[in-house]
Design a protein around this ligand. Structure first.
Ligand code: PYR
Length: 203
Protein backbone atom coordinates (compact mmCIF):
# COMPACT_ATOMS: atom_id res chain seq x y z
CA UNK A 1 0.00 0.00 0.00
CA UNK A 2 1.33 3.39 -1.02
CA UNK A 3 1.48 5.96 1.81
CA UNK A 4 0.99 9.59 0.90
CA UNK A 5 2.33 12.57 2.82
CA UNK A 6 -1.14 13.79 3.71
CA UNK A 7 0.13 16.55 5.99
CA UNK A 8 1.81 18.16 2.98
CA UNK A 9 -1.64 18.59 1.36
CA UNK A 10 -2.83 20.83 4.22
CA UNK A 11 -6.18 21.27 2.44
CA UNK A 12 -7.56 18.64 0.08
CA UNK A 13 -10.03 20.24 -2.32
CA UNK A 14 -13.07 17.99 -2.80
CA UNK A 15 -14.33 18.39 -6.34
CA UNK A 16 -17.54 17.38 -8.08
CA UNK A 17 -16.55 17.03 -11.73
CA UNK A 18 -19.22 18.73 -13.87
CA UNK A 19 -17.26 17.89 -17.02
CA UNK A 20 -13.71 17.10 -18.06
CA UNK A 21 -12.68 20.53 -19.37
CA UNK A 22 -13.79 22.50 -16.30
CA UNK A 23 -12.18 19.95 -13.97
CA UNK A 24 -8.85 20.28 -15.78
CA UNK A 25 -9.18 24.08 -15.68
CA UNK A 26 -9.99 24.19 -11.96
CA UNK A 27 -7.12 21.77 -11.27
CA UNK A 28 -4.72 24.17 -12.99
CA UNK A 29 -6.12 27.03 -10.89
CA UNK A 30 -5.72 25.04 -7.66
CA UNK A 31 -2.17 24.12 -8.60
CA UNK A 32 -1.37 27.75 -9.39
CA UNK A 33 -2.71 28.58 -5.91
CA UNK A 34 -0.29 26.12 -4.34
CA UNK A 35 -2.45 23.01 -3.93
CA UNK A 36 -0.78 19.80 -5.06
CA UNK A 37 -3.56 17.29 -4.45
CA UNK A 38 -7.19 17.09 -5.47
CA UNK A 39 -10.02 14.72 -4.59
CA UNK A 40 -12.35 14.11 -7.51
CA UNK A 41 -15.52 12.45 -6.26
CA UNK A 42 -17.27 9.64 -8.10
CA UNK A 43 -20.55 11.53 -7.90
CA UNK A 44 -20.96 12.36 -11.56
CA UNK A 45 -20.78 10.60 -14.90
CA UNK A 46 -17.75 12.70 -15.79
CA UNK A 47 -15.71 11.70 -12.74
CA UNK A 48 -13.58 8.86 -14.14
CA UNK A 49 -12.85 10.72 -17.38
CA UNK A 50 -11.99 13.82 -15.34
CA UNK A 51 -9.62 11.80 -13.13
CA UNK A 52 -7.85 10.47 -16.23
CA UNK A 53 -7.67 13.90 -17.85
CA UNK A 54 -6.27 15.68 -14.78
CA UNK A 55 -3.69 12.92 -14.30
CA UNK A 56 -2.65 13.36 -17.93
CA UNK A 57 -2.87 17.12 -18.34
CA UNK A 58 -1.90 18.34 -14.86
CA UNK A 59 0.74 15.77 -13.90
CA UNK A 60 2.05 17.83 -10.97
CA UNK A 61 -1.30 17.30 -9.22
CA UNK A 62 -1.87 14.18 -7.15
CA UNK A 63 -5.34 12.97 -8.10
CA UNK A 64 -7.29 11.18 -5.39
CA UNK A 65 -10.68 9.60 -5.94
CA UNK A 66 -13.51 10.41 -3.53
CA UNK A 67 -16.94 8.94 -2.82
CA UNK A 68 -15.55 5.44 -3.42
CA UNK A 69 -18.35 3.48 -1.77
CA UNK A 70 -17.92 -0.15 -2.83
CA UNK A 71 -15.27 -2.62 -4.07
CA UNK A 72 -16.35 -2.21 -7.71
CA UNK A 73 -15.65 1.51 -7.58
CA UNK A 74 -12.36 0.82 -5.85
CA UNK A 75 -11.41 -1.45 -8.79
CA UNK A 76 -12.36 1.31 -11.22
CA UNK A 77 -10.12 3.89 -9.57
CA UNK A 78 -7.24 1.42 -9.28
CA UNK A 79 -7.62 0.77 -13.02
CA UNK A 80 -7.51 4.55 -13.56
CA UNK A 81 -4.10 4.63 -11.86
CA UNK A 82 -5.30 6.37 -8.71
CA UNK A 83 -3.08 5.87 -5.64
CA UNK A 84 -5.33 7.49 -3.01
CA UNK A 85 -9.04 6.82 -2.54
CA UNK A 86 -11.42 8.23 0.04
CA UNK A 87 -14.95 7.47 1.09
CA UNK A 88 -17.62 9.27 3.09
CA UNK A 89 -18.09 6.02 5.07
CA UNK A 90 -17.03 2.40 5.01
CA UNK A 91 -18.35 -1.11 4.87
CA UNK A 92 -16.50 -4.26 5.89
CA UNK A 93 -16.51 -5.32 2.22
CA UNK A 94 -14.95 -2.04 1.13
CA UNK A 95 -12.39 -2.05 3.96
CA UNK A 96 -11.38 -5.64 3.16
CA UNK A 97 -11.01 -4.82 -0.55
CA UNK A 98 -9.02 -1.70 0.28
CA UNK A 99 -6.45 -3.63 2.32
CA UNK A 100 -5.77 -5.75 -0.78
CA UNK A 101 -5.70 -2.85 -3.23
CA UNK A 102 -2.50 -1.16 -4.43
CA UNK A 103 -3.48 2.25 -3.10
CA UNK A 104 -3.97 4.14 0.15
CA UNK A 105 -7.57 4.17 1.31
CA UNK A 106 -9.09 6.63 3.76
CA UNK A 107 -12.48 5.48 5.04
CA UNK A 108 -15.11 7.85 6.36
CA UNK A 109 -16.05 7.65 10.04
CA UNK A 110 -18.66 9.38 12.18
CA UNK A 111 -18.41 7.47 15.48
CA UNK A 112 -16.05 5.61 17.81
CA UNK A 113 -17.36 2.31 16.45
CA UNK A 114 -16.55 3.39 12.90
CA UNK A 115 -12.98 4.19 13.99
CA UNK A 116 -12.67 0.76 15.64
CA UNK A 117 -13.89 -0.98 12.48
CA UNK A 118 -11.35 0.97 10.42
CA UNK A 119 -8.59 -0.02 12.88
CA UNK A 120 -9.65 -3.67 12.60
CA UNK A 121 -8.72 -3.36 8.93
CA UNK A 122 -5.40 -1.66 9.64
CA UNK A 123 -6.41 1.87 8.71
CA UNK A 124 -4.25 4.65 10.17
CA UNK A 125 -6.11 7.67 8.79
CA UNK A 126 -9.86 8.26 8.60
CA UNK A 127 -12.02 10.98 7.12
CA UNK A 128 -14.38 12.44 9.73
CA UNK A 129 -17.57 13.04 7.73
CA UNK A 130 -19.69 15.11 7.80
CA UNK A 131 -17.23 16.76 10.16
CA UNK A 132 -19.12 19.79 11.43
CA UNK A 133 -22.40 17.86 11.71
CA UNK A 134 -21.02 14.98 13.80
CA UNK A 135 -19.26 17.16 16.34
CA UNK A 136 -16.47 19.00 14.57
CA UNK A 137 -13.33 19.87 16.51
CA UNK A 138 -14.89 18.74 19.83
CA UNK A 139 -15.53 15.31 18.34
CA UNK A 140 -11.93 15.03 17.13
CA UNK A 141 -10.59 16.03 20.55
CA UNK A 142 -12.83 13.42 22.17
CA UNK A 143 -11.78 10.67 19.71
CA UNK A 144 -8.15 11.48 20.51
CA UNK A 145 -8.63 10.01 23.99
CA UNK A 146 -9.39 6.38 23.16
CA UNK A 147 -7.65 6.46 19.76
CA UNK A 148 -4.38 8.37 20.31
CA UNK A 149 -2.68 7.04 17.17
CA UNK A 150 -5.56 7.56 14.72
CA UNK A 151 -5.23 10.55 12.38
CA UNK A 152 -8.13 12.31 10.68
CA UNK A 153 -8.95 14.30 7.58
CA UNK A 154 -12.14 16.15 8.60
CA UNK A 155 -14.42 16.93 5.67
CA UNK A 156 -17.92 18.33 5.44
CA UNK A 157 -18.85 21.83 6.57
CA UNK A 158 -15.30 23.18 6.53
CA UNK A 159 -14.70 26.61 5.10
CA UNK A 160 -12.18 29.44 4.96
CA UNK A 161 -13.46 30.61 8.35
CA UNK A 162 -13.00 27.39 10.35
CA UNK A 163 -10.55 24.98 8.68
CA UNK A 164 -7.58 26.39 10.63
CA UNK A 165 -9.27 25.36 13.90
CA UNK A 166 -9.27 21.79 12.60
CA UNK A 167 -5.71 21.91 11.26
CA UNK A 168 -4.48 23.03 14.67
CA UNK A 169 -5.62 19.75 16.26
CA UNK A 170 -2.82 17.19 16.82
CA UNK A 171 -4.84 14.32 15.32
CA UNK A 172 -5.73 16.17 12.10
CA UNK A 173 -3.37 15.56 9.16
CA UNK A 174 -5.23 17.57 6.53
CA UNK A 175 -8.68 19.02 5.89
CA UNK A 176 -11.11 18.32 3.07
CA UNK A 177 -13.16 21.16 1.67
CA UNK A 178 -14.98 22.54 -1.33
CA UNK A 179 -15.21 26.23 -0.55
CA UNK A 180 -12.60 27.08 -3.21
CA UNK A 181 -14.36 24.97 -5.88
CA UNK A 182 -18.06 25.78 -5.43
CA UNK A 183 -20.51 25.20 -8.29
CA UNK A 184 -20.83 28.96 -8.69
CA UNK A 185 -17.08 29.46 -9.13
CA UNK A 186 -16.69 26.52 -11.52
CA UNK A 187 -19.81 27.15 -13.64
CA UNK A 188 -18.80 30.76 -14.13
CA UNK A 189 -15.19 29.89 -14.95
CA UNK A 190 -13.86 32.02 -12.11
CA UNK A 191 -10.41 30.40 -12.22
CA UNK A 192 -8.71 33.49 -10.77
CA UNK A 193 -10.97 33.36 -7.71
CA UNK A 194 -10.32 29.62 -7.32
CA UNK A 195 -6.59 30.28 -7.49
CA UNK A 196 -6.87 33.09 -4.93
CA UNK A 197 -8.96 31.00 -2.51
CA UNK A 198 -6.50 28.11 -2.86
CA UNK A 199 -3.56 30.42 -2.18
CA UNK A 200 -5.28 31.86 0.90
CA UNK A 201 -5.96 28.37 2.22
CA UNK A 202 -2.35 27.32 1.68
CA UNK A 203 -0.84 30.37 3.38
C1 PYR B 1 -16.57 11.84 -0.19
O1 PYR B 1 -17.61 11.66 -0.81
O2 PYR B 1 -15.58 11.13 -0.36
C2 PYR B 1 -16.56 12.91 0.76
O3 PYR B 1 -15.60 13.59 0.98
C3 PYR B 1 -17.77 13.21 1.44
Amino acid sequence: MQEHNLASFRVLPVVTARDVASTVALSRALLAGGMRAIEITLRTEAALDAIAAVREEVPEMLVAAGTVTNPGELDQVVAAGVTLALSPGATDRLLAAATEAPLQFIPGVASASDVMRAMDHGMAVCKLFPATVVGGASMLKALGGPFPTMKFCPTGGLGADNFRDFLALPNVVCCGGSWMVTADLVDNGRWDDIERLAREAMS
